[in-house]
Structure formats: structure tokens, C-alpha cells
Design a protein around this ligand. Structure first.
Ligand SMILES: [Zn+2]
Length: 240
């Protein structure tokens, strides 16, 4: 059995719903998940330091990604570099809807992708069929930066799943991440794209953790495909 890795979790303090490293690791233990990618909640001002803190606390369980806001034009790239070069972060999270920009706004967002390309890290981006991050915006960035693995979080759920599958077909570096998407649409994506393009994530703490994992047993027809989706693909991308 391949290592089971959850590619989408938020950690740190947040008004309304927060999650500590301890709380997340307890969920992993309870569910039989080995590792989890963590990044901050990005509403308001946020810090990547707490992510570093949790990753140091659980080096074998938690995989740190930073989050940056491209509108912090002087800060976003230096902060990304600090996290990767000083702390060993493995990727970067973007949230165009919360921060108010188009993912394919080249002037604003290209510097982040250029840094990701140079640092050889993947980008995971909120992609729930909102105005600012439609599948076509993902396609534009994936085409412009073919060396950068790009994960579409929520795979275009609600209204853009069909389009998400369509654009991912011709772009080897554009992956669909399954958090909060219904299992019948995930299974459809796996059927059309193959299991190597689909990556499991939960979006904890905003989900029932156990069931967000259990639904995945219906994602693929083969054990081999299942193992790629729940860990093999993200392990390959991260080189772990
Ligand atoms: Zn999320």
C-alpha cells in the first residue's frame, strides 16, 4: 500500500474554525492517514510561521506549504523564498477569490509561478468555479508554466467540473484535487483523465474528516489507481 497523503489542510488560528497541528494529527491517526499537506487560513492577515512550527513538531506527518497574497507585491515572492529556502516548505497555496485577483493575471501572478518554477515546487490554488479562478484561468497558467505542477483545489466544484476535466486533459501539469467534490464527479474525472491526474485532499477542518477520506474508495476501479489518488501522485510531485 502506498503512503496515504492528504493534499489539502488548513492549520493555525482562525476566527470561527481553526486547527492546530495536534488536532490534525489526531484526525490522521484516527483515519489511518500517514501525512498531510498544511497551509494557513488566508482570510485577513495571516502568517506562515505557525505552519513551520507545526511541521517542526511533526516532521514525519505534516508537509508545510506557505500561502502568499500576490497583492503584497513587495512581500509575496520574498516570503515564498524565505519559507522554501530557510524552512524547507514544499509548495505554495493561492486563493484568488479571498484575495481578489484573477489567477491568470500575468502581471500580478507570474512572479509567484516564476519563483515556484525556480524553486521546483508545486502550486495549489483554490478552484471552486468562482469568478476569479475558473478552469480556463488554470489552463492559462498551466500552459504558461508547464514545469510547475498546478493543483486545482475542489476541481471546479460546483459548476465547472466538466470544464476542469476538459482543460486538464491536454495539460500534463494540471491536476484536479478532490476536496469537497462529490464522489460521482471525482469518479468521472478519474475515468476521463486517468488516476494519475487526480489528487485526494480534504480541506480540513471544514469537513467530516473520516468521510472525506472514506468516499475515495469509490474513486477508482483498481487498487493501483486508488493508491495513486490517495497519495502516490502527490508523493511523486513532492519527491517524497
Ligand atoms: Zn481550503
Amino acid at each position: 500500500m502506498a503512503t496515504i497523503i492528504d493534499a489539502h489542510n488548513h492549520a493555525g488560528p482562525r476566527y470561527g474554525a481553526g486547527q492546530t497541528g495536534d488536532e490534525l494529527v489526531a484526525k490522521l491517526d484516527q483515519t489511518g492517514v500517514e501525512k498531510a499537506v498544511i497551509f494557513p487560513f488566508v482570510e485577513g492577515s495571516f502568517s506562515n510561521d505557525v505552519i513551520h512550527e507545526y511541521a517542526v513538531q511533526y516532521p514525519d506527518r505534516l508537509i508545510p506549504f506557505c500561502a502568499v497574497n500576490p497583492w503584497d507585491v513587495d512581500q509575496a515572492v520574498p516570503e515564498l523564498r524565505r519559507c522554501v529556502e530557510q524552512f524547507g516548505f514544499k509548495g505554495v497555496k493561492l486563493h484568488p477569490t479571498i484575495h481578489g485577483y484573477h489567477l491568470a493575471d500575468h502581471g500580478l501572478v507570474d512572479p509567484i509561478f516564476q519563483a515556484a518554477r525556480e524553486l521546483q515546487i508545486p502550486v495549489i490554488c483554490h478552484g471552486a468555479s468562482d469568478l476569479f479562478n475558473t478552469p480556463l484561468e488554470f489552463a492559462e497558467m498551466a500552459r504558461t508554466f508547464p514545469e510547475v505542477p498546478l493543483l486545482m483545489a475542489h476541481m471546479g466544484f460546483f459548476w465547472s467540473v466538466e470544464q476542469a476535466i476538459e482543460v486538464s486533459k491536454s495539460l500534463p501539469n494540471l491536476y484536479l484535487e478532490t476536496s469537497r467534490a462529490p464522489i460521482f464527479e471525482i469518479a468521472k474525472a478519474v475515468k476521463e483523465l486517468g488516476p494519475e491526474k487526480v489528487i485526494w485532499g480534504t480541506d480540513s477542518p471544514f469537513v467530516d474528516y473520516e468521510w472525506e477520506f472514506k468516499k475515495m474508495v469509490r474513486a477508482a476501479d483498481s487498487q493501483e489507481g486508488y493508491e495513486l489518488i490517495v497519495g502516490g501522485n502527490i508523493a511523486r510531485i513532492l519527491g517524497i
